[in-house]
Structure formats: C-alpha cells, structure tokens
Design a protein around this ligand. Structure first.
Ligand code: PLP
Length: 498
C-alpha cells in the first residue's frame, strides 16, 4: 500500500505523517497539510453499494491515514458513528423534486460539522498515543455559534482530552447559547466573553502562541490543540459521505455503476466541497462540483474571474455559517492547481494577507473546469424553501436552500438536467427554525422560538430532534463570563492550574 505523507501548502520541506498532521493541525509556516498524492479508492462500485457508512469510512480513511492500523481506525470509526446519530444510515439520501438531498445533520448538534467533529477527537487521541505524547490534550476554540457546540459534543467525555470553548456573550443566538451552556461532560468548559467573536478568536490565537503559558501547561501535563476546520482529521472524514452516497444511489438503482453524478455544496470555508473534489480525485464518478455561495459571493466571483477578492462589504444573511470572506480551505485547491508548487501558493497567500486579494493565472483557471460557481440571494433562498415545501412537503434549511437555488440556476444555465445530482444538506431546518418558517409563511414571525419548533415539526411531519428536545429542559451547567483580557486566567482556572 502507498504510504501517504503530508506536506505544507507553503513549504515543501515540511513533511509529516498523517497522525502528526492531525496532531499539529496547521503547519509551522501557517500552511495547510496536504497529502503527497490523492490515493485511489481501493474498492469497486459494486462493493461500495453493499457497504454500511462505517465500512465505507474505513475504506476511505485507510487510504489517507496510512500510519494508523486497521484496528485503530475501526475503533475511531465505531466510536464516532454510533447512537449519537439519530439514524443508523448516518447520512441518508432524500429524493425531492429531482435532486438527492444528502442529509448530513443527523448527529448530536443537527448540522454537518458533526460528521467530522464526532471522529476528530478519537483520531487525535490515537495520534497522540502513536506519537508518545504524554500530556493531556486541551482543545481551545473560539466560536461564533455552531462549531463550539459541535466540538463540545465531539470531545465530551473522550478520555485524555479537555475542551474549552469561548463565545461572544450576547453575540450568538439564544438557542446556540443554550446548546453550549447545557453541555454535559466533566471535561467540557464553556465561557462567554464580554467582547465580539473576533476578540474571542484573537484571544485564543494569542494563547496558542504564548510561550510562557505553553511552558506552564507543559509542567501541569497539558498541551493545546485545535479542532479547526483546516485539520486534515476533519477533511478526510468528509470525503466518506460522498463515496457512501454514490454507493447508495447505485444500490437503489438510481444510477448505473460508473455513471457520473453532480454534487452541489453550500459553501463557506470550502472544506465540504473540497472533500467532494478529493472524492472525485480518488476516482468517484463525479461530473460537476457545484459551489454555492450566499450573498457573500467571494467564491462565485473567484470562479467567474480568477480573482479572489475579500475587500468587500460583509453581509449578514439567513445562512450565517456561510457568511465568510476568507475560505481557508481554498488554499488546498490553489496549491493543487499551482501544480503542487508550495512557493507559488505561498506567494498568493502573502498577497491575500497583504492586500486582501490575488489573481490566479489562466493556466490555473483552466484546471477549474470541473467547478461551477453560483450564488443565491436572500429572497430567492426563502422562495426555494417555500416552493419546495409547497411542491413536495419536504423542508430544507437556509444553507441547503442556497445550494438548491444554485442547482436551479445551474440547470437553466447549462441545460444539464439529466445528470443525477446530490445536494449536500448541511443543517436540519430545526437549527434555523425562524428563517425557515418565515420563508414558508411570514405570519409565523409572531411565534416564540420553541413555538416555532413545534409548528415546524407539525407542518413538516418530522419528529423533534433529540438536540432540540434536550435543550428545552436541560439545566445550565456553564455560567462563566469573563473579560477578553482574562481569557488566559480563565483557562488556568478551568484546568486547575491556579
Ligand atoms: C460550516 C457550514 C457550512 C459551510 O461548510 P464549509 O465546509 O465551511 O464550506 C454550510 N452549512 C452549514 C450549516 C455549516 O455549518
């Protein structure tokens, strides 16, 4: 079997094993770790069609994480994709109005980050053991809402880890805050800060690079790590559901063995769609990778012009998890279309840091032919939700609706209505209930959040997810609030170091 090593997108000389890449998260030079080659799938489609989600996960992950043993990987997979998910299928496909919605929201926080964050803790602990790390791993995260809860749920009660999440007090939705402050698990810690998300993020970054704190932590038997979305231990598990979905489509006779499908992905940080791109590179028969943006359409413009330009107004939309102007994972694609040239990529990233924009060469642009960029505005997003509901009774969330809207324009624009298309459905409608219900009927706006939840359950004929049921009555377990300057003290107090 081919041994895969990981190098930095900014420095060819930095080479590490898969487990080291997972432990480090980010390369020392600020680059992202990329596999030396994208390995091919080692199983045929006929076999895939008969596989469970967990079996597919093993087939994909063993190709990338070549320094893990079979036993280690299978243990991680079994611990991640279990009863935490509310369906044995883990990521079911729903056929509605001529598209296949790949529901990635059946995990503990009812959004797609669970797909990766439920396995990352186990990969991390295994990687630490393999590399003889004696310290306990402390995950430190700043969150604007969603990632914090998904990370808390993933790391809760995982031996050998502690997780600390900082969020802007008053800067997240009431449901998001409730989800975090009711989190169970002796190793979980949550603190609101008197400041905004950027201040929380900066505070966390400063702690990561604080040499004195690092030494104090070391003495106390701790070391920091991050559950950031650029960790290769989050990216690879995301390839799995595309491969699995393809197998299901074959098993259900929707497509023939080898028939190409399109994949449409509501995109923010570019992690989810990059995973689909990697799946295609592994040999999965994918025709177009349809990249959907909301009104923060940096990526749409990039695919249209070859210029990435974040110098623009930041728009708050009803799909907040896609309100992003710097799509960090795009760097891995840039590196690839630069022919794996770390220097060339590093130069572009320097430009981005200095001037907020860069332009790729025509030669690089030609390699993006498999991508189709589109965007959906706020009004159309709401119309997509309403029209799909009225036509089929199926209710999708706002992020998924942005993707469904782009798929509509893709069909009109290209005339390609024949290729079977999977749309990544990244959040349960219960996660963004108010926006979803308002889209269906403006009159719903009068209701309280929990009334809306019950009404959504009734009109959509969908059971209330456990995640919502739980926070309704759960006791608040975390009530720490601190100033931005007190973040390091708060960490030390949580870790019993004071
Ligand atoms: C994070 C997120 C996205 C964007 O995914 P990326 O991998 O960052 O592109 C889309 N929808 C939802 C609901 C998310 O939480």
């Amino acid at each position: 079997m081919m041994e895969i090593v990981y190098t930095s997108t900014r420095n060819a000389a930095e080479k590490v094993s898969a487990s080291q890449a997972i432990l480090k998260g980010l390369a020392d030079d600020g680059g992202l770790f990329v596999p030396s080659a994208i390995p091919p799938l080692a199983v045929g489609v006929a076999e895939l069609a008969g596989m469970t989600y967990q079996e597919t996960a093993y087939e994909v992950m063993k190709q990338f994480f070549t320094d893990f043993t079979e036993e280690e990987l299978k243990k991680c997979i079994a611990a991640a994709y279990d009863g935490k998910f509310d369906t044995e299928e883990i990521a079911p496909l729903v056929d509605a109005d001529g598209a296949y919605y790949l529901e990635l929201f059946h995990g503990p926080t009812i959004a797609f980050k669970d797909m990766a964050l439920s396995i990352l803790p186990h990969l991390l602990v295994t990687a630490a053991k393999k590399n003889h790390v004696q310290n306990e791993i402390v995950i430190l995260t700043a969150t604007s809402g969603d990632t914090g809860k998904a990370a808390l749920a993933g790391f809760a009660d995982v031996p050998g880890t502690k997780i600390i999440v900082f969020y802007p007090k008053g800067g997240v939705s009431p449901i998001q805050e409730l989800q975090m402050v009711t989190q169970k698990g002796d190793n979980t810690f949550v603190a609101g800060i008197n400041g905004n998300f950027d201040q929380a993020q900066t505070g966390v970054k400063e702690m990561f690079s604080d040499a004195v704190l690092k030494e104090q932590m070391q003495k106390a038997g701790y070391q920091f790590s991050s559950a950031n979305s650029i960790n290769i231990g989050r990216l690879v598990p995301q390839i799995v559901y595309y491969v699995h979905a393809y197998g299901r489509l074959v098993a259900n006779d929707v497509i023939a063995d080898g028939e190409k499908i399109n994949v449409t992905v509501p995109t923010g940080n570019f992690g989810n769609i990059l995973a689909a791109f990697y799946a295609k590179q592994m040999g999965l028969p994918i025709a177009k990778l349809i990249c959907a943006s909301n009104e923060n359409k940096v990526l749409y413009d990039f695919f249209a012009t070859g210029v990435y330009d974040k110098n623009r107004e930041f728009v708050l939309t009803s799909s907040p998890s896609m309100d992003i102007l710097i799509s960090s994972n795009l760097e891995r694609l840039i590196y690839r279309i630069a022919g794996g040239d770390a220097e060339k990529n590093a130069a572009l990233m320097r430009e981005l840091a200095e001037s907020g924009k860069y332009e790729i060469t025509e030669e690089m642009q030609e390699q993006l032919a498999d991508f189709y960029g589109g965007c959906t505005g706020e009004e159309e997003t709401a119309a997509v939700i309403r029209e799909l509901y009225e036509k089929t009774g199926y209710i999708i969330d706002t992020h998924t609706a942005v993707a469904a809207g782009v798929y509509r324009s893709y069909k009109k624009d290209t005339g390609d209505a024949a290729t079977k298309t999977v749309i990544a459905s990244t959040a349960s409608p219960f996660k963004f209930t108010r926006s979803v219900m308002r889209a269906i009927d403006g009159g719903y706006d009068k209701m309280t959040d929990f009334e809306l939840v019950d009404e959504l359950s009734r009109i959509g004929n969908i059971a209330l997810p456990k995640a919502i049921e739980e926070i309704r009555n759960a006791p608040v377990l975390h009530d720490t609030v601190c100033g931005v300057a007190e973040m390091p003290q708060t960490v030390k107090r949580f870790l019993g170091m004071l």
